[in-house]
Design a protein around this ligand. Structure first.
Ligand code: BMP
Length: 214
């Protein structure tokens, strides 16, 4: 399975419950985590069989990131920004998550055009950070497959997860063809009339794309 469902709004619970049958994981957005005061973690566990990743977009000193993580128990993975750097930040977070058996995903580039303003200009330095921290995986944008390809070339063994498919314009399979392991899809599924059917359709489109690009 190559699909991760992005669940960002409490009102999308029913859609997520249906669609997650076709997905390997559910990524919980920060608005959802805040609005449900963390209860979405338990709801996702109850509704879906796959992994639960909290997209907390951590970007702070180590002590604060650790305390944020501790306030959202029960997840399999969390997402943090690579740009905060290693010493006193991601080194402490990684050690803390390792002790809890929670996977770290480092975000090295974003799917919106403004990522080019600052983040993408420092992509090599962000890759250096990722190399030092040694996370379980990386977040890289499906909307810019060239960056996914760079990430895959530099990190042959990391799990790469890619948002931006559907509502943000990337096509199913664009990031997979560039080397991502999973594509993250939210609104294109949660706002469709038949979320499970749409998720299965996206998976079929991924398979077709992979057949032609590999
Ligand atoms: P959608 O498929 O509805 O555009 O949702 C994408 C999800 O991925 C949202 O939860 C968004 O916050 C997240 N995301 C993103 O779109 N771009 C990034 O660079 C990083 C993200 O986590």
């Amino acid at each position: 399975m190559t699909l991760i469902i992005a669940w960002d709004r409490p009102g999308d619970a029913k859609a997520v419950e249906q669609a997650c049958r076709a997905a390997v994981a559910v990524k919980l957005g920060l608005p959802l985590v805040i609005q449900t005061r963390g209860r979405a973690v338990y709801d996702a566990r109850r509704m879906c069989d796959g992994m639960v990743i909290a997209d907390l977009k951590l970007a702070d000193i180590g002590a604060t990131m650790k305390s944020i993580v501790d306030s959202i128990p029960g997840v399999d993975g969390v997402i943090a920004h690579a740009f905060v750097g290693v010493e006193g930040a991601l080194d402490e977070l990684k050690e803390h998550l390792d002790s809890k058996g929670v996977g770290l995903y480092l975000l090295v580039s974003m799917s919106h055009p403004g990522s080019r303003d600052v983040i993408d200009q420092a992509i090599d330095r962000l890759f250096d950070v990722a190399e030092k921290v040694d996370p379980l995986g990386l977040v890289a944008p499906a909307t810019r497959p060239g960056i996914v390809r760079m990430a895959r070339d530099r990190f042959p063994d990391k799990v790469i997860i890619s948002p931006g498919v559907g509502a943000q314009g990337a096509r199913p399979g664009d990031a997979l063809c560039a080397g991502a392991n999973y594509e993250i899809v939210g609104r294109a599924i949660t706002r469709s009339g038949n979320p499970l059917e749409r998720a299965l359709e996206i998976r079929r489109m991924q398979e077709v794309a992979l057949r032609y690009c590999r």
